[in-house]
Design a protein around this ligand. Structure first.
Ligand code: ZN
Ligand code: ZN
Ligand code: ZN
Length: 372
């Protein structure tokens, strides 16, 4: 897995904020195992395997990382943030965690903790009640700090460079299969600095009408739309961008629809201001598409949060009244999908700031013609 670029003081600050939330929510201890809360608070990505790794955060006192002895070498120590307790192959790590919990009565656990560990812990902490760790970590995870925004900027710029290569014809399209183009884009995401590729959707012509189309054996021809939606993880943070190109001169109906999409996406970005509700971004984008008569062809929410995970809270969807806060990072990606004919989507990642929404993606938003 990848390393994040946060510093020891970032981890100390994040844990202090989690503890403040624990005080206000009357949570005595938090247990974080596999999943992204653990690296967010400690810098350590645990392998999602059967051996227990767990960060034990009591409301006060020492924070302890309980980790298999054979994996201790993978943990970068963060002095003053947590101590490390290694367990050997014949020890019971759940008993070690129970002991560290002292008399904790209200215990927050991460969503991705293996059920096995919770089941084994229950009889060792009689009378305790359990809540989800998202209650004490979720709001913090949503509001990116400076080092996280820097990582999103870096990842976004790397994805932009690949999109620029697509626009300039450096990634040949005509005569290649979607799968070949997807592999090409994936290799370029790595070459531009990503540690892993999370997805590279390439959908040509009528295939673009399926928003999550799996790139396949369909050969790309002249005079059709090609939707490319790709992203990866770099320094622990994700990129995600969608651009459509046309292998020739777009037909009038496609060009006209793209103008609507372009305006819809810009309206969604502009609505991503601090204090607005998440659903306002969705309605701003949707209104433009509905006014043009394409409402029934915009079949998904406008966006998702992004950070250490490619999709995380907050979601830009009707019904989400959560106010947008400074540091919220999310996609704005409206689409129009005409079954059997074509589809199109335009996506940037945006970070809300007190000075307004800042896009992580600056590459040309037009329906660029690629003759290659
Ligand atoms: Zn998607
Ligand atoms: Zn995407
Ligand atoms: Zn997305």
């Amino acid at each position: 897995m990848t390393q994040t670029i946060a510093s020891t003081s970032d981890y100390a600050a994040r844990i202090a904020k989690v503890r403040a939330a624990m005080v206000s929510k009357q949570v005595d201890a938090a247990l974080l195992s596999v999943g992204h809360d653990l690296p967010y608070l400690s810098g350590y990505f645990a392998m999602p395997l059967e051996r227990l790794t767990m960060l034990v955060i009591p409301q006060s006192g020492e924070v302890t990382m309980v980790v298999p002895r054979l994996e201790v070498a993978r943990v970068t120590p963060q002095p003053g943030v947590f101590s490390i307790t290694a367990w050997g192959e014949t020890e019971n790590p759940v008993a070690i965690v129970a002991k560290l919990l002292g008399g904790a009565k209200s215990i927050a656990v991460g969503d991705q903790m293996w059920a096995r560990f919770l089941v084994e812990l229950l009889p060792l902490v009689p009378g305790a009640n359990f809540v989800r760790a998202v209650d004490v970590v979720g709001a913090l995870r949503m509001s990116k700090d400076a080092s996280e925004i820097a990582a999103l900027v870096t990842a976004g710029a790397a994805a932009d460079r690949v999109a620029t290569q697509l626009h300039s014809g450096l990634i040949p399209l005509i005569g290649r299969t979607e799968a070949q183009v997807s592999a090409d884009i994936s290799a370029r995401l790595i070459a531009e600095g990503h540690d892993v590729v999370n997805f590279a959707i390439v959908a040509a012509g009528e295939n673009a009408a399926s928003p999550h189309h799996h790139a396949g054996s369909r050969v790309i021809t002249k005079n059709e739309i090609v939707l490319c939606d790709f992203g990866g993880t770099m320094n622990g943070y994700c990129s995600d961008i969608t651009r459509c190109v046309f292998t020739g001169k777009p037909a009038a109906d496609v060009a006209a629809a793209y103008e609507v999409l372009f305006a819809s996406q810009a309206a969604g970005v502009a609505a991503g201001v601090v204090g607005a509700a998440c659903q306002d971004v969705d309605s701003a984008s949707r209104r433009v598409i509905e006014a043009a008569g394409f409402g029934e062809y915009f079949v998904h929410r406008t966006g998702h949060g992004i950070g250490m995970e490619a999709h995380e809270e907050p979601y830009m969807v009707s019904g989400n009244t959560l106010p947008i806060a400074a540091g919220h990072a999310f996609s704005v990606e409206p689409g129009i999908y005409i079954a059997g004919k074509w589809g199109m989507r335009l996506e940037d990642i945006v970070v809300a700031t007190h000075a307004g929404p800042v896009s992580m993606n600056a590459v040309n938003h037009a329906l660029v013609t690629v003759e290659a």
